[in-house]
Design a protein around this ligand. Structure first.
Ligand code: NAD
Length: 281
């Protein structure tokens, strides 16, 4: 069996550790490299220490070029600045694939990701859960079928450490709902509610955010007319769902031509797509 050689970026983080545990337990992968930020207390440590496993023979580095020297696929769940710095250091002729889970990029960051996908297969998703990917797919269909006068409300809840809001997943759901109506989210997005003279705009897409404790990630979508409400809900019970989705994407991306892909592509929910595809908000 050929093993896919992996490098984990942000290896000491919550997702990094889940990815190490998942890859270590799956014989289809070999952990070949891992990075952390300059100054991390874990630099030089064996990866096994991070995942409470036995020694793996791979040391954590603060230099992506060292960590990427012999890998097939890099998996990055770090932060927007770190991910863009990594992209800028990928040599153009080094076609290692990238599974990019970092959220919170601005328009310029998304442009840099599209450029980088000209030379390598990149799977970028705001949520690597198979369940959320299907939820977005169903939401697109529901919003297309139900009609423009149905209001759409997207509520999300996450742990107290999360920095971006609404979550990348909530925004991706908003894009899916708008796409179902052939519109952009900018056309339909409502400003946060405050008291005032104007009622809610019929058919708009609103967002609500909660941050508390250790909530892994809840997303609830209500599509409501004057007569009925349709609800779609997803609960992440463990962050391992994101790690197993990212590892599934890594196996898939290893076989793909350069281009920007989404989890829809990984799950076969879309037609063949390439570099012009933008799966992210
Ligand atoms: P975290 O803070 O626990 O981990 C991030 C890690 O990245 C930290 O250990 C940090 O030291 C490290 N890091 C920072 N700069 C770095 C650099 N230059 N090089 C290497 N490592 C660096 O955060 P987390 O909860 O693991 O989430 C990380 C990112 O993944 C966030 O953007 C989050 O929103 C996103 N996320 C996405 C999904 C998804 O399915 N797409 C799921 C969960 C989290």
């Amino acid at each position: 069996m050929t093993q896919v050689k992996l490098c984990i970026i942000g290896a000491a983080g919550r997702m990094g550790r889940a990815l190490i545990r998942g890859a270590f337990a799956d014989a289809r992968f070999r952990l070949s490299g891992a990075t952390e930020r300059v100054g991390s207390a874990f630099i030089g440590e064996d990866l096994g220490r991070l995942a409470s496993e036995r020694d793996m023979g791979v040391k954590l580095s603060d230099d992506p070029l060292v960590a990427l020297s012999d890998v097939d696929i890099c998996i990055d769940f770090s932060g927007p600045a770190a991910s863009l710095a990594l992209l800028s250091r990928f040599p153009a002729d080094h076609n290692v694939g990238l599974i990019l889970g970092t959220t919170g990029f601005d328009a310029n960051g998304l442009h840099q990701i599209r450029k980088a996908a000209e030379n390598r297969a990149i799977v970028h998703a705001a949520n690597f859960s198979v369940g959320v990917t299907l939820m977005a797919h169903l939401l697109r269909q529901a919003s297309a079928a139900l009609g423009e006068e149905w209001d759409i409300e997207i509520a999300e809840a996450h742990h107290r450490h999360k920095l971006d809001a609404p979550s990348g997943t909530a925004l991706a759901l908003g894009h899916a709902a708008a796409a179902g109506r052939g519109k952009s989210l900018d056309d339909l997005r409502l400003a946060p509610y405050v008291s005032g003279p104007e009622p809610r705009r019929t058919g708009g897409i609103g967002f609500a955010v909660r941050r508390a404790g250790g909530i892994v990630g809840d997303h609830d979508v209500a599509l409501a007319s004057e007569q009925e409400v349709l609800s779609l809900s997803h609960r992440a019970l463990s962050r391992d769902i994101f790690a197993s989705g990212a590892l599934r994407a890594a196996l898939w991306a290893h076989q793909q031509a350069p281009g920007l892909y989404s989890m829809d592509d990984v799950l076969g929910l879309s037609g063949a797509k390439g570099a012009d595809h933008d799966p992210t908000p």
